[in-house]
Design a binder for this molecule. Structure first.
Ligand code: IVH
Length: 675
């Protein structure tokens, strides 16, 4: 009987280890989560009843154990060196030429991999068992974090056996612990809900999660690992860096798929350019690439300086974060009257772009991040988005920093400001406020609305400032003489603008509705509405109780529509527009064809939990737009929409270079499809 139980425990452990490996290392799961949980629960039950059956590498050991009082330290068998950095092509060519000279050779092969922006760790395996995990520390000694590292599912607790390679008596591997971007966002969202401090970036989140004295907390964090090298190794012979990667893979370690083996320097430079473009679409943060001499013989010949080896260099991407000083905090007024604080900072070059302002999102953020005027702050610029303030460098405070005071009146029109129930934002209550008007008109003439060529933001501002445009309707009564009063406006430009205005008068119901800038009623919502309601009259008299007839429209949107059309000023302006020649056509079919064009034939895979709609609804929407939705990723997939708690499909999408978009990005794409 006992023998049977013992056999069952061994079998369960082997199966769970295999499935864990398939899921977290290979991203290629074979069984359902429910099946995995059932086996795990059975093993937990057996080990509880027969504690002597527990092994050091049992998958039940991944859940975290007793909390520690403090971390003990360990001296690394071999120092954990750092890397020299290069930023320009000439830095890399200097590195290359130096190596050729030192080795007295003409050419050399490199193995190149991403530089992961995470936390460096070392894992020690003795006779195949994970016995010690430590942080880099000062490179000589680090902290022991074995219990925490055991909870990382992509870390093997024991080495996989391979017919061709024996288990070494000692194998130390080194790698980077990371949290992927989607999981980082989710983690911060959860922390916001429970009013915990937010992590500034995925690296901080990974570091904070690894440095927990209570490994149960670490177990609850979505940590992953990529292995990028070795420390002290006994009983394995290998002659190149690329070869050790293949061996490590066979032992069950997670090796990144973007690695390029044995390439020449010109291909290295090409890879840098490619990776720089790919960077934003990767699921995890990288800050450059690491170039390593492939041959171990050459590595040994080249040796190391005190802090870094001569055979490797990090080729870094331009910085996306820089420190600067907040000169002032101003308040901007949006089209619906929402006040948004913006930090004016001392101009700073971040990755080739001069940044002089950063968004603060809302007033709560100023409090949450404890931001003061004259603070030294860390500013981040990611892709095309508006730069944001990551955190205050508190150690740089001099005591002269000033608190930002919440506005009591609108900075533009001096009207009263109000905070609506259940809304975080402060609002200017004056609908005639010129700042609101400017933003509303800018939206009205943009591609999402009447799409009037030549009427750019600067011109709109001038027209409002001069009192020539006080409402949407005024655009259609503008005359050449009016435009002539604007500085630097030539006769020809004025004519062109008037022609564009004339042309725009014939407008689809969808664009008309979207141009109004009604809160919560963006282009995508307008698409859904005008699909069912085909005239302006029908939309005007939509009642909250009737909203059931429109799929995807909830009470919040219906309420906003009702409020907008109940306002007699809005009705008056619409009537004036019609009098001024605006002609609303119900050409929904044309709108739909336009919209279908963008996504037609595109292949989507949806993964994780979406918050704004179910996956079924998302699928239906995409199919309406001519896109195809499938459940598995292939090289033909165009987009992976990654919702909350996704994970397993991300790796596969990455390895196939498939564009990964968040739910927000997905919603934006749906919206864009209308243009
Ligand atoms: S190799 C002696 N490869 O960068 C060479 N390091 O600045 C040791 N890092 O502490 C490092 N990605 O934690 C190597 N693909 C990669 C890496 C990588 C990130 C980290 C590593 C190291 C730091 C050096």
């Amino acid at each position: 009987m006992k023998k049977d139980i013992e056999k069952e425990a061994v079998k369960l452990r082997n199966q769970l280890t295999k499935h864990n490996y398939k899921y977290y290392v290979l991203d290629d799961p074979e069984i359902s989560d429910a099946e995995y949980d059932r086996m795990m629960n059975r093993l937990i039950a057996i080990e509880k009843q027969y504690p002597y059956l527990v092994t050091l590498d049992s998958p039940t050991k991944r859940v975290g154990g007793l909390a520690l009082e403090s971390f003990k330290t360990t001296v690394h068998s071999l120092p954990m060196l750092s890397l020299d950095n290069g930023f320009k092509e000439t830095d890399i060519m200097d590195f290359h030429n130096r190596i050729l000279k030192l080795l007295e050779i003409d050419d050399i092969f490199y193995t190149v991999e991403p530089k992961f922006d995470g936390v460096a760790v070392e894992l020690r395996y003795e006779h195949g068992m994970l016995t010690l995990a430590s942080t880099r520390g000062d490179g000589i000694a680090g902290e022991i974090i074995t219990d925490n590292v055991r909870t990382i599912k992509s870390v093997p607790l024991s080495l996989l056996k391979d017919r061709n390679i024996g288990i070494p008596s000692v194998l130390e591997v080194r790698g980077e612990v990371i949290i992927n971007k989607v999981e980082f966002e989710n983690l911060n969202k959860e922390r916001l809900k429970i009013k915990e401090n937010l992590f500034a970036n995925p690296r901080n989140a990974a570091a904070g999660s690894l440095r927990q004295l209570d490994s149960k907390i670490t177990a609850s964090r979505p940590l992953e690992i990529f292995i990028h090298g070795t420390g002290f190794v006994k009983d394995i012979n290998y002659s190149s860096h690329s070869e050790i990667f293949h061996i490590l893979k066979k032992f069950g370690f997670r090796i990144n798929s973007i690695i390029k083996e044995k390439i020449k320097i010109n291909e290295v430079l090409l890879m840098y350019k490619k990776l720089k473009h790919l960077r934003n679409s990767l699921a995890y943060e990288i800050d450059g690439l690491v170039i390593k001499v492939d041959s171990i013989k050459y590595q040994e010949k080249l040796g190391a300086k005190t802090k870094s080896p001569r055979w490797a260099i990090a080729y870094k991407f331009p910085a996306v974060q820089e420190t600067t000083k907040i000169k002032d905090i101003i308040v901007q007024v949006g089209r619906t009257g929402i006040l948004t604080p913006v930090a004016l900072v001392e101009p700073v070059n971040i990755g080739g772009v001069i940044v002089s302002r950063a968004t603060l999102h809302n007033f709560d953020e100023i409090q949450r991040k404890n931001i003061k005027i004259k603070d030294i702050v860390l500013v981040e610029r990611a892709g095309d988005v508006i730069p944001k303030i990551v955190k205050v460098i508190k150690s740089k405070r001099k005591g002269k920093e000033k608190d930002f005071l919440l506005p009591v009146k609108c900075p533009v029109c001096s009207s009263e400001v109000k905070k609506n129930k259940n809304e975080a934002a402060l609002k200017c209550i004056n609908v005639f406020c010129s700042a609101q008007l400017k933003q509303r008109i800018k939206h009205f003439v943009s591609k999402s609305g009447f799409d009037i060529d030549g009427l750019g933001n600067k011109l709109v501002e001038k027209l409002v400032e001069k009192g020539l445009v006080n409402s949407f309707a005024d655009i259609f009564s503008l005359e050449k003489e009016n435009l002539a009063t604007i500085d630097r406006m030539g006769e020809k430009s004025a004519e062109n603008i008037l022609n564009s205005i004339e042309k725009s008068k014939s407008v689809s119901l969808l664009k008309f509705l979207s141009s109004m800038g009604i809160p919560h009623v963006g282009e995508n919502v307008c698409f859904l509405i005008t699909e069912r309601l085909q005239t302006l009259e029908q939309i005007k008299f939509l009642k909250i109780k009737d909203i059931k007839i429109i799929d995807g429209i909830g009470p919040r949107i219906a309420g906003a529509l009702q409020k907008f059309f109940a306002n007699s000023d809005n009705i008056m302006i619409i009537n004036q527009m019609l009098e001024n020649g605006v002609n609303i056509k119900n050409n929904f079919k044309k709108d739909r064809t336009n919209k279908e064009k963008i996504l037609k034939g595109k292949k989507f895979v949806l993964t994780g939990v979406l918050e704004e709609m179910t996956r079924g609804q998302a699928k239906e929407k995409l199919e309406k737009l001519g896109a195809k939705v499938s459940s598995s990723i292939s090289s033909k997939t165009n987009f992976l929409v990654s919702g909350k708690s996704s994970g397993k499909k991300l790796g596969k999408a990455q390895s196939l270079n498939i564009k990964i978009i968040s739910e927000q990005g997905f919603l934006e794409l749906l919206g864009k499809a209308e243009n």
